[in-house]
Design a protein around this ligand. Structure first.
Ligand code: SF4
Length: 433
């Protein structure tokens, strides 16, 4: 039995780095400290693997060699005028770097899950600026935690225990020294655990944020209720926010993907900025996939832009709403798509998924998904943080090392290696042509 200490969990944006993993005969048998989500991945990642590289022939996927798949993928990408490369939130930083190089080489667009989850939050950084910090700082100092449209308890099960509400820091002794306020449209498990739950009406976040900013400035709100919440309650909330020593807002897709989207985020970032006139206040997105933040980080170093990067002009161009994957597919502009570790067919609107399969579709993925099932080329890969090592970025922007715990199956390799092989073949074909 081999025991790995301080393993980083490759599931959600918390990237808990205290997991103890026991491995027996190249099989993970125990994952101490991991939550139910983490344990499920560590113990069951190997279920439903793609057994072999495959190419679709007369509508049926048939096993072929890896080399054939690489060649076919390179041919599709070289032939395409405007290919898309999408996903990578479950890949390492190193894989993302190669994907960007490949996108540049084929003159396409690189996008990731950010464009359908926390994109508005990323744009809020451009529009307003972000007052932020590390989860460690929050753990040691925060006495007020706000979860806004974010169900921390279910989406990031150890967030409160390790970094926020119940965590024990240097200056805060857990729950007794902190206040958790949940602002949401429904009573989630996080809301049930909170000191205070403020239920607002669906789609009224923007109004509520503005009312709160008004109350914060000690100005009068000319209504009895805003977003279904009595004005006296909003004024009391403003007072709680003003009088804390160190506050933080964690926001989720309950803010970024509802009516108002980017306007909600501009409002929340502005609210945080306003609060810093009174006290210390941070804001942070509760990011989902374990390395979705890493894609934004790497893309920003490499191209200057965090996602939806169009490299077809010979220089990077970024315009969410125009260069985001769903918009490109909706306009019928793309003519091939390479998906890395993602399942857009299951998650995109049906009309977009339908269009996606009208052009050549390639999947690099360790396990079966709806997208791999309809792909023209399927390349099996290994799992980052279990079968290959690399780096990933936590939701607060801290970079952590992922470990290799077990050997990958014989016919698979990391998506970084697969992408490098495709890139080399693309360069070879371009030279010949
Ligand atoms: S909270 Fe997230 S990162 Fe931590 S153990 Fe659970 S799934 Fe893994």
């Amino acid at each position: 039995m081999e025991i790995f200490q301080d393993v980083v969990c490759p599931v959600c944006g918390c990237l808990c780095d205290d997991i103890e993993v026991s491995v027996e005969n190249n099989k993970i048998v125990k994952a101490r400290n991991a939550c139910a989500m983490g344990t499920t991945k560590f113990l069951n990642y190997n279920n439903d693997r793609i057994p072999s590289p495959m190419i679709k022939n007369n509508g049926v996927q048939k096993p072929v060699s890896l080399e054939e798949c690489i060649e076919k993928t390179a041919e599709i990408l070289v032939k395409a005028k405007y290919p898309l490369i999408y996903g990578l939130s479950l890949s390492s930083v190193e894989s993302v770097k190669v994907a960007i190089e490949l996108t540049e080489e084929v003159g396409g667009v690189l996008d990731n899950q950010t464009s359908v989850c926390h994109g508005p939050g990323v744009q809020g950084i451009h529009d307003i600026g972000e007052s932020t910090g590390s989860l460690g700082e929050i753990r040691h100092r925060a006495d007020l935690i706000i979860a806004w449209g974010a169900n921390l308890q279910e989406a990031h099960p150890r967030h409160m225990e390790r970094y926020s509400y119940t965590s024990k820091g240097r200056y805060r002794n857990g729950k007794e020294d902190r206040n958790l306020i949940v602002i949401d449209v429904r009573e989630t498990l996080t809301a049930k655990a909170a000191d205070k739950f403020i239920q607002i009406e669906q789609g009224k976040d923007f109004e509520f944020i503005n009312a709160l900013r008004t109350a914060l400035r000690l100005e009068q709100i000319q209504k009895d209720k805003v977003a279904g919440v009595p004005v006296e309650e909003i004024e009391k909330l403003a007072e709680v926010l003003r009088s804390c020593e160190f506050g933080v807002i964690f926001f989720g897709q309950g803010v970024t993907q509802v009516n108002g989207k980017g306007r909600n985020i501009d409002g929340l970032f502005s609210l945080t900025r306003d609060l810093n006139s009174w006290t210390k206040f941070l804001i942070m997105p509760a990011r989902g996939h374990f390395n979705v933040a890493g894609v934004n980080q790497v893309a920003t170093w490499q191209t200057g832009f965090p996602y939806a990067i169009d490299l077809s002009r010979g220089y990077p161009w970024y315009n969410p709403g125009e260069t985001t994957i769903i918009d490109i597919i909706r306009r019928g502009e793309s003519d091939a798509t390479l998906v890395v570790g993602s399942d857009p067919i299951a998650h995109f609107p049906p009309a977009i998924s339908k269009r996606l399969i009208n052009t050549p579709l390639i999947s690099i993925d360790p396990a079966h998904s709806m997208t791999t099932m309809v792909s023209d080329v399927v390349i099996p890969s290994s799992f980052a943080g279990i079968e290959y090592e690399g780096l990933a970025y936590r939701m607060d922007g801290l970079c952590l090392p992922l470990k290799k715990l077990v050997k990958e199956p014989d016919n698979t390799m990391s998506d970084e290696k697969v992408l490098k092989m495709i890139l080399a073949k693309v360069r070879e074909l371009k030279k010949v042509n």
